[in-house]
Write a protein of this length. Structure first.
Length: 198
């Protein structure tokens, strides 16, 4: 029977709990949220959230469940549990500015999304810039890509990659929804899905 150090299990449990606070802070900051915004969305008061992130409040299931839901991550991710079993990604579409983003990857690193952009007659394209890069692949329909002074049309099976410091806009070319596979880094994800409109 292997020798077990006294207090080994207790110490391991403490290490896991100590890591929850910094993980929660990183998730919140990555989403560009303030403690006040998070408190509003979870129903947990700001003081409790601050103490959770600082490690002075013990994380409980009652506190972690709404946080996992708001951050759209499995509960295991909050406590740093090793991934086991099912490798499938649980898709939770996000609708923003009339576009539907379907996440195809777990949080962290380059993010993959399926993007559906419906036609919006009468709305003028508004070119935007942000940090990072984007790579798009047209799955169905035709994509109109405005990139700086260029106006390009991409059809199903075509791809484009560009620096997002260049003013750009994506939309359907025609009267049907265009479906894309999009890859972008954290800055691109935040610009499209997290930043608040002004």
């Amino acid at each position: 029977m292997p020798f077990r150090q006294p207090g080994g299990i207790a110490n391991a449990k403490k290490d896991v709990l100590d890591a929850v606070g910094p993980r929660l802070r990183e998730l919140r900051r990555r989403r560009g949220m303030t403690l006040a915004e998070l408190a509003e969305r979870t129903g947990i008061n700001e003081s409790t959230l601050s103490r959770l992130e600082g490690g002075t409040r013990k994380p409980t299931l009652e506190l972690l469940l709404p946080l996992a839901e708001v951050h759209a991550v499995p509960l295991d991710d909050l406590v740093g549990a090793p991934r086991t079993g099912d490798p499938r990604i649980h898709l939770r579409p996000v609708v923003r500015d009339g576009m539907t983003y379907v996440p195809l990857s777990h949080p962290g690193g380059v993010q993959a999304h399926k993007l559906l952009i419906p036609p919006a007659p009468g709305i003028e394209p508004e070119l935007k810039i942000h940090e990072g890069f984007e790579w798009v692949y047209v799955l169905a329909g035709r994509l109109r890509l405005l990139l700086g002074d260029q106006s390009l049309v991409l059809r199903a099976g075509e791809a484009a990659e560009f620096d997002t410091h260049v003013p750009h806009w994506l939309g359907p070319d025609g009267d049907r929804t265009v479906e894309l596979l999009v890859l972008f880094g954290h800055q691109g994800e935040r610009a499209h899905l997290r930043a608040r409109t002004t």
